[in-house]
Design a protein around this ligand. Structure first.
Ligand SMILES: C[S@@+](CC[C@H](N)C(=O)[O-])C[C@H]1O[C@@H](n2cnc3c(N)ncnc32)[C@H](O)[C@@H]1O
Length: 258
């Protein structure tokens, strides 16, 4: 099958960005993160008891969330497109003696997994790199058991717009048609693509593909005195602090199959 150009670009881009992203983000291995400088699963309580459950993380990056899930007792498979992100994941797992099944694959179509395999799917800041979310949600439904849980954190639609750091405000041109971002790291041949979706589009696509949405959150960052307790922080994020405090960065959705 021909690999779409933007998939090649996103893979190349993440291979190039991986070392810097991992060095400048401080990502917890104890708590699942959903949004920068904000609270994680220990506060959000979306996942509950996962002892002995089969979980898959899609777009796992350095697999910190997968490691946190594995520490909570789940059997975890972690999928990512980028071999450099996966080599960070594999060295962390090895260092900690934690077993996570790492897989290099495209998460748009999940045809490498059988039907009804998983109790839960987690995907944090990866859906925005997928062009066709209809295929993604229908495939997610197929690989989940009945009653299985889908937890998605993805870039908020307002993330598509420019922040004016002098005026401390956001220039929203057309919320209803958020622009697609085409990006290139230095030395990258195929461009990467980031897609933004309105909340209505996300909600509709999830519901139309056989899920019931149970919870939707736009997490605020923690206050300055608590920021250190966030499971997702570091210099990669602190430069965006003003923006993060004014405009949601993530939309987090919990949905159930069936
Ligand atoms: C912003 S990082 C997030 C990584 C991790 N979830 C985290 O929160 O740290 C996005 C990840 O999605 C991966 N990715 C992008 N497109 C993908 C695709 N089509 N299939 C699988 N992974 C993809 C990238 O390689 C990258 O590791």
């Amino acid at each position: 099958m021909k690999i779409q150009k933007h998939i090649l670009g996103n893979r190349e881009g993440w291979d190039l960005m991986s070392d810097e992203y991992q060095a400048n983000s401080e990502i917890s291995l104890e708590d699942v993160h959903y949004s920068p400088l904000s609270f994680g699963e220990k506060t959000a309580n979306l996942i509950g008891d996962i002892t002995g459950k089969e979980y898959v993380e899609l777009g796992c990056g350095g697999a910190q969330n997968s490691i946190a899930l594995a520490k909570s007792g789940a059997n975890v498979t972690a999928v990512d497109l980028s071999s450099n992100q996966l080599s960070h994941a594999s060295s962390t797992c090895e260092k900690l003696g934690i077993s996570v099944n790492l897989l290099q694959a495209n998460m748009q179509s999940l045809n490498y997994f059988p039907d009804n395999k998983f109790d839960g799917i987690l995907s944090v800041f990866a859906l925005e790199f997928i062009e066709d979310i209809d295929i993604f949600f229908s495939e997610s439904n197929r690989i989940l058991k009945k009653g299985g849980v889908l937890i998605i954190s993805t870039t908020h639609p307002l993330g598509a717009f420019e922040w004016d750091s002098e005026a401390n405000n956001l220039s929203v041109t057309d919320y209803f048609n958020p622009p697609i971002e085409i990006w290139r790291e230095q030395g990258q041949s195929n461009p990467g693509v980031t897609y933004f979706r309105t909340i209505e589009e996300l909600f509709s696509k999830i519901s139309e593909n056989g899920f019931t949405v149970k919870k939707l959150m736009e997490p605020k960052p923690l206050g300055p005195n608590n920021e250190n307790s966030s499971p997702y922080k570091g210099s990669y994020w602190t430069e965006f602090r003003d923006r993060l405090h004014s405009v949601p960065f993530a939309v987090v959705i919990k949905a159930i199959k069936g």
